[in-house]
Write a protein that binds this ligand. Structure first.
Ligand SMILES: [Zn+2]
Ligand SMILES: [Zn+2]
Length: 242
């Protein structure tokens, strides 16, 4: 039971930061916030993504490239280029690394208005930090696991952030329904998204990338939009468009 509670909390907390901070804030600039709050979000990413920490700046660049080159050879993660989910995860990891280290040259237009905290990214990405997360996760499993097979979930815990990004980017370009006819393979993967903070409405999002609300039809509900509106009301963030 403890392991499943850990997995559920880890899933929602990690994906909250990927959806709201990385995707909607860093890549699309759907809201603004103070420097203090921005750094709080950086730390939140670190705590929730742990060994699979993703740099907001690099994510922002990579995701902008995805929108600009969807399904084309320049798309940093496309099932059109790599149909196998795990092969696509590996490709995405390599593309992420090359963008992060500057090995891949990126046009200036993709690098504007990105959150940046290089020293924190260096600390969170370092081998020692990652090794300490692995030790902490193993210790948590030793305390919480009551069956041997509970340890089969350990790889998911270790790669949570990368896995969540890959699942949405792979699934939502392969299966699901479309509200809008697009010249790409984007789909909405669930009609009622209780699992992906509204990222399931990927076809809607490709059609309206600057809309804060990914829901479009009456039965669709965007949990991430609800979270952003709540943070807006609490004056933590300022939504550009309400
Ligand atoms: Zn997409
Ligand atoms: Zn996007």
């Amino acid at each position: 039971m403890g392991i499943f509670l850990l997995l559920i909390i880890h899933w929602y907390a990690s994906l909250f930061f990927q959806s709201v901070f990385h995707h909607r804030y860093a890549a699309h600039g759907l809201f603004t916030m103070s420097r203090g709050w921005e750094r709080t979000f950086f730390v939140g990413c670190f705590i929730t993504q742990g060994s699979s920490y993703i740099s907001a700046r690099t994510y922002g660049i990579m995701h902008r490239l995805h929108h600009a080159h969807t399904d084309k050879p320049e798309d940093p993660h496309s099932p059109e280029n790599t149909p196998n989910l795990f092969a696509m995860m590996w490709d995405t990891r390599n593309n992420y690394k090359d963008i992060h280290t500057g090995k891949t040259e990126v046009a200036e237009k993709y690098k504007k208005n990105l959150p940046q905290w290089d020293s924190f990214d260096r600390f969170a990405h370092s081998g020692i930090t990652k090794a300490l997360w692995v030790v902490l996760y193993i210790a948590l499993y030793m305390v919480l696991a009551t069956e041997w097979w509970h340890f089969l979930f350990l790889p998911l815990t270790l790669a949570m952030g990368a896995f969540q990004g890959a699942v949405v980017n792979w699934w939502a370009h392969r299966f699901g329904y479309a509200n809008f006819k697009m010249d790409n393979t984007s789909r909405n993967i669930l009609p009622f998204d209780l699992f992906f903070w509204g990222e399931a409405y990927h076809n809607n999002h490709h059609r309206h990338p600057s809309s804060p609300n990914n829901a479009h039809r009456w039965f669709e509900w965007d949990m991430g939009y609800f979270a952003m509106r709540t943070l807006h009301r609490l004056q933590v963030i300022r939504l550009v468009k309400e």
